[in-house]
Design a protein around this ligand. Structure first.
Ligand SMILES: Nc1ncnc2c1ncn2[C@@H]1O[C@H](COP(=O)(O)OP(=O)(O)O)[C@@H](O)[C@H]1O
Ligand SMILES: *[C@@H]1O[C@H](CO)[C@@H](O)[C@H](O)[C@H]1NC(C)=O
Ligand SMILES: *[C@@H]1O[C@H](CO)[C@@H](O)[C@H](O)[C@H]1NC(C)=O
Ligand SMILES: *[C@@H]1O[C@H](CO)[C@@H](O)[C@H](O)[C@H]1NC(C)=O
Ligand SMILES: *[C@@H]1O[C@H](CO)[C@@H](O)[C@H](O)[C@H]1NC(C)=O
Ligand SMILES: [Mg+2]
Length: 376
């Protein structure tokens, strides 16, 4: 018997079970750090927490490990017995830096507006690209009007650390965007619906189920681009870890920290459209180009390139989401697979918006014909 045998069979389980007993399990109220308010994410959920309606889950070993050693600061919990996710929205070091820089800064509305305008729109000029980026002053003005001036300190805190809660409200599930329902915040914790399991969990699902997910992903990409009244939202961290799928195969984009916001304008002519440039070696995007167009195909390109294409790169599953189609599908719908690859490869000067619509149409047709319950 080797030393490593004893290590894995004896010490590791021992250490895990001892930690299970010894590490003080945090309570939700402790996670919230309510004393940080008004420099916190909000307080609307504090009452629910005080009434013990939100409980951290240590049920499964994976939940336990995730919750105790949460580098990501993401916690699994239940709210009225439904699964939710608690997020502190930043790493501890980022939060500490925020608190340190905060030291008795006087924050009034004018100063806040200027600081945010600078932070979110102009830092880019100095070649530092912020996670949440607002394309221009006109877009910033519209965005600013929608923020609540009575809670400027909390707005300042959120936008300094992670714009996700604001985007979850602006592009809400209630308005049919593919995001988790947002319940609100208490102190330095936000609460959102647990919208399912990571995309890679459906790797072994049958082709029709994966086709439905592909349909929902592309539809969602179009919705972020076109369906908001005032803005277009371009997601800049599209990745299988940032997408979850629920039991009805509905998808949610769960990590909205990285995004670009652009004012929506109508009357778009061909010259106003930004087409993403495809690089076979490495996925990349061009924020200046995205912001320069009245409309960009960025979201559609991202979904085709990173998730649907047979060449979708790691961490996506081998062969992309639509790998290994049934013979009758690949025989009858060769165009579907061709359009997906064309949607990736922009050297062929075809319009990705048009391709995306064709792909959706084909998938819809196939799913309807398959008549599998719940598919469409
Ligand atoms: N609303 C949610 N529903 C289900 N799972 C979620 C949700 N939010 C986060 N997760 C899980 O937690 C992980 C980390 O969350 P994320 O917001 O992506 O944090 P990070 O910024 O650290 O990547 C995700 O990859 C996902 O597995
Ligand atoms: C945007 O607004 C800020 C603050 O009002 C101003 O300093 C800056 O010059 C403006 N930028 C452009 C490109 O107009
Ligand atoms: C996107 O928009 C379409 C059309 O309005 C709608 O049917 C759909 O539910 C929306 N959401 C998603 C995630 O596709
Ligand atoms: C868009 O075009 C329509 C019809 O051509 C015109 O009436 C309208 O004023 C235009 N809107 C903008 C914002 O240019
Ligand atoms: C393909 O074959 C499967 C069974 O093998 C069938 O359920 C499905 O409806 C067929 N699809 C088409 C498009 O003919
Ligand atoms: Mg993530």
């Amino acid at each position: 018997m080797t030393k490593s045998y004893y290590f894995y069979t004896f010490f590791v389980p021992l250490i895990l079970s001892v930690s299970f007993l010894v590490i003080k399990q945090k309570t939700v109220a402790e996670l919230c750090e309510i004393k940080t308010c008004p420099y916190c994410y909000g307080k609307n959920m504090c009452n629910e927490i005080a009434k013990n309606k939100i409980t951290l889950q240590y049920g499964r070993v994976s939940d336990f490990i995730f919750n105790i050693f949460s580098v990501k600061n993401v916690y699994f919990a239940t709210y009225n017995n439904k699964p939710v996710i608690l997020k502190k929205l930043a790493h501890n070091s980022e939060i500490q830096k925020f608190d340190k820089d905060l030291s008795d800064k006087i924050i009034n509305l004018k100063l806040l507006r200027g600081t945010l305008n600078f932070k979110l729109t102009e830092t880019f000029e100095n070649s530092h690209f912020p996670p949440f980026y607002i394309c221009d002053n006109e877009t910033f003005d519209i965005f600013w009007e929608l923020l609540n001036p009575s809670s400027i300190k909390s707005t300042y805190t959120v936008l300094s650390l992670n714009a996700e809660p604001i985007l979850l409200q602006l592009f809400s599930k209630e308005q049919k965007f593919a995001v988790p329902k947002f319940f609100g915040a208490c102190g330095r914790v936000t609460i959102q619906e647990n919208a399912g399991k990571p995309l890679l969990n459906i790797e072994k699902f049958n082709w029709y189920q994966r086709a439905k997910v592909a349909y929902n992903l592309l539809n969602a990409a179009q919705n972020f681009t076109n369906d908001h009244r005032d803005f277009r939202l371009y997601l800049t961290d599209i990745s299988p870890d940032n997408i979850v799928v629920d039991h009805n195969l509905e998808v949610s984009f769960i990590d909205l920290e990285h995004a670009i916001l652009k004012k929506k304008t109508e009357n778009i002519s061909a010259g106003d459209v930004h087409y993403s440039r495809h690089d076979e070696e490495e996925y990349s995007f061009d924020p200046k180009g995205i912001c320069g167009g009245k409309l960009s195909d960025h979201n559609i390109y991202g979904v085709c390139r990173l998730l649907l294409s047979k060449d979708a790169p790691w961490p996506m599953m081998d062969g992309g989401l639509l790998y290994n189609p049934p013979n009758n599908i690949s025989n009858r719908h060769p165009k579907l697979f061709k359009n997906i690859e064309n949607c990736v490869d922009s050297d062929i000067q075809t319009d990705r918006f048009e391709l995306s619509n064709k792909i959706l149409k084909d998938l819809h047709f196939i799913l309807r014909k398959a008549k599998i319950k719940n598919l469409i």
